[in-house]
Design a protein around this ligand. Structure first.
Ligand SMILES: *[C@@H]1O[C@H](CO)[C@@H](O)[C@H](O)[C@H]1NC(C)=O
Ligand SMILES: *[C@@H]1O[C@H](CO)[C@@H](O)[C@H](O)[C@H]1NC(C)=O
Ligand SMILES: *[C@@H]1O[C@H](CO)[C@@H](O)[C@H](O)[C@H]1NC(C)=O
Ligand SMILES: *[C@@H]1O[C@H](CO)[C@@H](O)[C@H](O)[C@H]1NC(C)=O
Ligand SMILES: *[C@@H]1O[C@H](CO)[C@@H](O)[C@H](O)[C@H]1NC(C)=O
Ligand SMILES: *[C@@H]1O[C@H](CO)[C@@H](O)[C@H](O)[C@H]1NC(C)=O
Ligand SMILES: *[C@@H]1O[C@H](CO)[C@@H](O)[C@H](O)[C@H]1NC(C)=O
Ligand SMILES: *[C@@H]1O[C@H](CO)[C@@H](O)[C@H](O)[C@H]1NC(C)=O
Ligand SMILES: *[C@@H]1O[C@H](CO)[C@@H](O)[C@H](O)[C@H]1NC(C)=O
Length: 456
């Protein structure tokens, strides 16, 4: 009995020791502490990575994580490469970005071509733009263009799908008629186009991009997706069936973040113009009002009800990245953004006590402990909010004339046949809808038939 008691005591002591060692200790004033924390978090990310497994696909995470989310996660890891100055994952990130670029280097890989939406392509584009602005290792593979040319390929193919036939403009959510969501024009697709245009404009100094950014932003305001006020709202989208008057007023951090980030780049590219200062201030007002509670970031629409899906559980990651970038290229926002990021990072660290490794991160950063929800999205969010604390210790995003070295091609993607065919085919009549339904049926038949065929 005595022995048993001692054994039990020792076990409890070891267990307690294990917990304190395993939880993520975050000293927000220490770069080493922050980067140590992100080592653990990225190890958690790599648990989901297919590309490092035998027979796995480079650049993809395991099901149920979609292709777009891989784009988002690699964006966070690329920022980590830059902010922590740690090259351990450099080749993983490099290989992933090249493997998923597709045959035309515009982030339309053949594996995704049946299902890819404008938003998916746009999120990858934002990550590759980060490679451009962070002077990430340039591609050396034969035939591969520079990262900048790839972003221009994404931008050109996306913008060629601009559709004046309904809603007075805008991009549809889906690229292909057979996907459900083709009749929805959403903020994330248009927000990505806006942001890419703003970043390309700032980086290259080519005003054409800034004009496009202005046009996309104005459209989102006109149609009511962005409601400017001291606390600007960014809504999700609307359908072409109703000419975009049936707005889905749900708000997500990633929509707000992508539009906020784009506005910050416009502010910087226009040398601090008062019009973009006002818009940026308004968008920041909405961001802090709606997506922070007790100074800590949260996914207001679904977090407290624990109904966030896999996609939604990753949104705080790109939102964190955008807030951090905003605080560097629009320095007047830093006094608002920095304390919120610090409080959120500390909250996130307290959530990283779950899982068998003892440092798996949760969704809810207000709780002060782990909420039992875990996944790739939770890891990505914790990574980005914590590393964002280093943003002012490293250079701001480079441009072509101060540090960037990526080779561009402003015509990239323009002679792609699917781009132009789709663009000229955008008038949707009843006949086309029936056609689309038939294509959908055929596609499903081929997929189901193919699967059945393979089983025998
Ligand atoms: C960071 O990790 C290294 C290696 O594990 C360790 O030696 C160091 O003390 C850690 N630093 C901090 C500030 O936690
Ligand atoms: C760099 O990252 C790797 C992989 O996460 C990690 O093992 C290593 O400790 C990191 N180096 C430093 C100096 O933090
Ligand atoms: C495309 O999918 C196949 C089958 O899953 C896979 O083997 C291949 O690596 C994928 N290619 C890319 C570029 O994702
Ligand atoms: C576009 O056209 C140029 C010149 O005709 C050609 O060199 C290039 O390979 C083409 N690009 C694509 C993606 O088809
Ligand atoms: C559709 O919406 C656009 C933009 O708000 C507007 O300019 C256009 O007149 C509308 N068309 C119809 C048919 O209502
Ligand atoms: C940018 O703004 C500063 C301060 O207002 C001004 O001195 C400078 O000339 C402007 N530069 C350009 C390129 O507009
Ligand atoms: C634009 O960004 C740079 C950092 O790249 C910053 O130094 C500069 O102050 C910004 N411009 C304005 C007008 O805030
Ligand atoms: C960017 O990368 C190029 C090529 O590796 C290099 O020559 C240049 O010094 C880098 N710029 C910065 C600011 O590090
Ligand atoms: C600026 O960008 C536009 C749009 O891609 C392109 O047509 C034009 O050639 C570019 N101008 C320069 C000087 O590169």
């Amino acid at each position: 009995m005595g022995l048993q008691f001692i054994a039990r005591g020792a076990f409890v002591a070891l267990w307690l020791l294990g917990c304190t060692v395993k939880a993520i200790d975050l000293d927000t004033s220490s770069k080493e502490s922050i980067c140590n924390a992100t080592v653990l978090i990225q190890a958690g990310i790599m648990d989901y990575y297919e590309g490092s497994r035998y027979g796995g696909t480079v650049g993809m995470f395991q099901a149920p994580y979609y292709w777009w989310e891989a784009g988002e996660v690699f964006g966070g890891m690329l920022e980590n490469w830059f902010l922590c100055e740690n090259t351990s994952y450099e080749s993983v990130i490099y290989d992933a970005m090249l493997a998923q670029a597709g045959p035309d280097y515009d982030y339309m890989p053949s594996n995704q071509s049946m299902v890819e939406g404008n938003d998916d392509q746009g999120v990858w584009g934002i990550t590759v733009m980060d490679a451009v602005e962070r002077n990430f290792t340039n591609p050396t593979e034969k035939g591969a263009p520079g990262w900048l040319a790839m972003v221009q390929g994404v931008f050109n193919t996306m913008y060629s799908r601009w559709d004046d036939q309904s809603c007075g403009g805008g991009l549809r959510w889906q690229i292909f008629t057979w996907n459900s969501g083709y009749n929805y024009k959403n903020t994330i697709a248009n927000g990505c186009l806006f942001q890419l245009a703003a970043r390309l404009g700032r980086y290259t100094g080519n005003d054409t991009y800034l004009e496009v950014a202005d046009k996309v932003f104005d459209w989102m305001v006109d149609v009511g997706y962005i409601k400017l006020s001291d606390k600007a709202n960014v809504y999700d989208g609307a359908t072409t069936d109703k000419n975009c008057t049936d707005i889905t007023t749900i708000e997500w951090t990633y929509n707000q973040g992508v539009v906020l980030g784009g506005a910050a780049y416009m502010y910087n590219a226009t040398n601090g113009s008062s019009i973009w200062e006002t818009r940026l201030t308004q968008l920041l007002g909405g961001s802090t009002d709606f997506f922070f509670k007790d100074q800590i970031m949260y996914e207001a629409t679904c977090q407290d009800s624990k109904t966030c899906n896999n996609d939604q559980r990753s949104f705080k990651s790109i939102f964190s990245r955008m807030l951090a970038l905003t605080s560097t290229i629009a320095p007047f926002t830093a006094e608002t953004i920095d304390p919120l990021m610090e409080a959120s990072a500390l909250g996130a660290a307290k959530s990283c006590t779950g899982g068998s490794d003892g440092h798996t991160c949760g969704t809810n950063w207000q709780l002060g402990s782990n909420d039992g929800q875990y996944g790739l999205g939770e890891q990505a969010c914790a990574l980005e909010v914590m590393q964002s604390l280093l943003i002012h210790q490293r250079p701001a995003p480079y441009s072509a004339n101060d540090g960037g070295s990526s080779v561009g091609d402003s015509n990239a993607g323009l002679n792609k046949s699917t781009t132009n065919v789709l663009h000229s085919d955008l008038t949707i009549t009843h006949k086309d809808k029936v056609g689309a339904a038939i294509i959908t049926a055929v596609v499903i038949a081929v997929i189901v038939g193919g699967a059945v065929w393979m089983m025998f």
